[in-house]
Design a protein around this ligand. Structure first.
Ligand SMILES: [Ca+2]
Ligand SMILES: [Ca+2]
Length: 311
């Protein structure tokens, strides 16, 4: 690092250490023209609980200094409607609302809810929930969990290590790249094609729902419905019939697990054939589908009995 840069770094750290003394229990605003190499939003820095910072412009962090950026802790709130943050690090129960501007290199520790406008390079080390926005290069590490309820992971959702992806709705526009011992549970949503099209043997993909239709031709498209009726579309899925780590789990009823409620649905359709009053095409889960509900369908339900049911 050049000497001038070191001097600038030292100067800016000093500024950051000093500014809490001037802080009051008012919202702090970062606006056009404001430049911070570091900025921390926390109770200890501001000197009062639940500090709130509104960023409408300016620049926090520096792309060339990976240790720089915005840090949020405790029960603080950061609202970003403009400006640029290079390296956003969130901890504890802090909340970040992003409605504008640009955030690059977003790292989450602890469990975070992300409803963002536009973020690139998200690294999750514990947990996160997505409810909106647009994300690029979304990567999970360790035993982290991400819940996707909305939004769009535009370029690659990548679970590593023993991380877990739960997709309830929303989009993964360029797919999921499965790694290591990761688990992906799909209950709804739209997962687009990616060029890899591979799930390593150590990773697991569980797709819960009913009405599955897998077409190995073209680009391997699975359609169906999640247990709450949300549509599932998964392009580029390897063939579940030849990949024992890809499970199409018959979950007819909302609770996202296979139990007596699902058995009751199948039992009601028991011995029915196409055209009968109690016929339920969604219960025809035998391989192949044979237009009758019998032991071959029950075998599939039994195979996944209690899957997804938490004790
Ligand atoms: Ca169920
Ligand atoms: Ca059948």
């Amino acid at each position: 690092m050049k000497c001038a840069s070191l001097i600038m770094l030292t100067f800016l750290v000093t500024i950051i250490l000093l500014y809490p003394s001037a802080a009051t229990a008012q919202d702090f605003i970062i606006k056009d023209g404001d430049i911070y190499l570091f900025f921390a939003v926390s109770e200890s820095v501001f000197g009062f609980p639940t500090p709130r910072v509104d960023m409408t412009g300016g620049h926090v962090g520096n792309e060339d200094f990976p240790g720089s950026g915005m840090f949020t802790y405790d029960s603080s709130t950061l609202n970003v409607s403009g400006g640029t943050i290079d390296y956003l690090h969130t901890y504890n129960s802090s909340t970040v609302n992003i409605s504008g501007g640009l955030v690059s290199h977003y790292s989450c520790w602890d469990t975070q809810t992300i409803s963002s406008h536009n973020c690139s390079t998200i690294n999750v080390y514990d947990g996160a929930s997505l409810r909106g926005g647009s994300f690029h290069h979304f990567t999970l590490y360790d035993s982290s969990t991400v819940n996707v309820y909305g939004g769009d992971v535009v370029l690659f959702l990548m679970p590593y290590d023993s991380s877990t992806v739960n997709i309830y709705d929303g989009k993964c526009s360029f797919g999921i790249i499965h790694h290591d011992y990761s688990t992906t549970n799909v209950y709804g949503g739209y997962i687009d094609f990616y060029t890899d099209g591979n799930v390593p043997a150590t990773a697991t993909v569980n797709i819960y729902g009913y009405g599955f239709n897998y077409n190995p031709q073209w680009i391997s498209k699975l359609t169906g419905f999640g247990p709450d009726g949300t549509a599932i579309t998964y392009w580029g899925l390897p063939d579940p019939s030849t990949h024992p780590n890809i499970n199409l789990i018959p979950d007819f009823v909302l609770d996202r697990g296979v139990d007596m409620a699902d058995f009751a649905v199948l039992a009601f359709a028991w011995r029915s054939q196409k055209g009968d009053v109690n016929w339920n095409r969604y219960c025809d889960i035998s391989d192949p589908n044979d237009d009758v509900i019998d032991e071959r369908d029950l075998d599939i339900l039994t195979k996944y009995w209690l899957a997804g049911v938490s004790n």
